[in-house]
Design a protein around this ligand. Structure first.
Ligand SMILES: Cc1cc2nc3c(=O)[nH]c(=O)nc-3n(C[C@H](O)[C@H](O)[C@H](O)COP(=O)(O)O)c2cc1C
Length: 365
């Protein structure tokens, strides 16, 4: 342990521990959201407002948490979400996450904004299953090169983030003049000269970076372009309505991540738990549906599965683990959530993921 606190027992304790070992600027960047952070809070509360309906007198001596996502078998239905700049939490950054996710038997979704290149991350855990999260640059040549590199490095899917034409107004980052300290860069963009985002300028360096080079003109045309460009299955991340979910399927998406970017983009956007079921219904099995935002307990995962998600993604929780104890911390966070899900299934009389159904969840009365 890099600090003197007792080993955290849950994700909130990891968050508190991380707060003691991270510089304020980094903690705020990880923890914060847009404007009043209403969607950050609501993501969390929406899971808590839901109640589980356990069954009894079921033999739960053995539980099976395995599933498949896009045809790949994983040990439990929790993926690590793409989060930028993992090396702000720990020098091993995305490499540590790659090793921990692979050892745990799950998928790492690697961000375009990684502090190690996508090839370095792949080499850190060659047997791992990983997806590449894509941000589209105005220069389609850059985007094309990222896509080709991801396929060449063995990534299994492209996860296009569609909720970030601009960066949300993250006031903590503006106040802290958020940017990257010396030595850290957008490693994937090195060859294109878009790797620098130094801290200490006027306001958030991230905001300026994004406004200068990302494509705010992205439409469904780009989804078709990507679908035709790459053999990798396409997952759209950042869908919050049934209408867009249907369009995603119509434009060839194989997966949808119901997400409001952890409350970091449009503040006041609906919580993900509150729209999950209608999106699952709209998609009607034509694509896999995943969800992220505010998942902090195994019971939250159960609720998501009950509402029809195939798997969930966690963002901040693994960043806290990484900050507290590097690869070991990420491994512990994944194991905590896996074990909580396992126990919740046991206590609910649902020994397999398939036995978790829409009858499992209701609103708190
Ligand atoms: C520090 C941080 C950086 C993030 N960077 C990215 C990113 O680069 N690409 C992306 O698609 N989403 C990014 N996200 C959003 C996450 O992928 C995910 O949607 C969100 O964190 C889920 O909510 P949770 O943190 O409550 O689990 C980021 C989130 C955080 C907290």
């Amino acid at each position: 342990m890099t600090n003197q606190l007792p080993e955290p027992l849950n994700i909130d304790e990891y968050a508190r521990s991380a707060a003691t070992c991270l510089p304020q600027m980094v903690y705020d960047y990880y923890e914060g959201g847009a404007e009043d952070e209403v969607s950050v809070l609501e993501n969390r509360r929406a899971w808590q407002r839901m109640a589980l309906k356990p069954r009894v007198l079921v033999d739960v001596r053995q539980r099976d948490l395995t599933t498949t996502v896009l045809g790949q078998q994983i040990a439990f239905p929790i993926l690590t979400a793409p989060c930028g700049f993992n090396a702000l939490a720990h020098p091993d950054g995305e490499l540590a996450v790659a090793r921990a996710a692979t050892a745990a038997g799950t998928i790492q979704v690697v961000s375009t904004a990684a502090t190690y290149s996508l090839e370095e991350v792949a080499a850190a855990a060659p047997n791992g299953i990983r997806w590449f999260q894509l941000y589209c640059y105005r220069d389609r040549g850059i985007t094309r090169s990222l896509v080709e590199r991801a396929a060449a490095a063995g990534y299994r899917a492209l996860c296009l983030t569609v909720d970030a034409p601009f960066v949300g107004r993250r006031e903590r980052d503006i106040r802290n003049r958020f940017g990257l300290p010396p030595g850290l860069r957008w490693k994937n963009l090195e060859a294109h000269g878009f790797d620098k985002m130094d801290a200490g300028g006027d306001g958030s360096a991230l905001k300026k970076y994004i406004e200068n080079i990302w494509d705010a003109g992205l439409t469904w045309e780009a989804v078709e372009w990507l679908r035709d460009l790459s053999p990798l299955p396409l997952v759209l991340k950042g869908i919050l309505t049934a209408e867009d979910a249907r369009l995603a399927v119509a434009h060839g998406a194989r997966g949808i991540v119901v997400s409001n970017h952890g409350g970091r983009q449009l503040d006041g956007a609906v919580s993900t738990a509150s729209v999950l079921r209608e999106i699952v219904e709209a998609v009607a099995g034509q694509a896999e549906v995943y969800v992220d935002g505010g998942i902090r307990r195994g019971t939250d995962v159960m609720k998501a599965l009950a509402l029809g998600a195939r798997a969930v993604l966690i963002g901040r929780p693994y960043l806290w683990g990484l900050a507290v104890d590097g690869e070991v911390g990420v491994a512990r966070v994944l194991e905590l959530l896996r074990a909580e899900l396992d126990l919740s299934m046991g206590l609910s009389g649902m020994p397999t993921l398939a036995s978790i159904s829409h009858n499992t969840v209701t609103a708190h009365g």
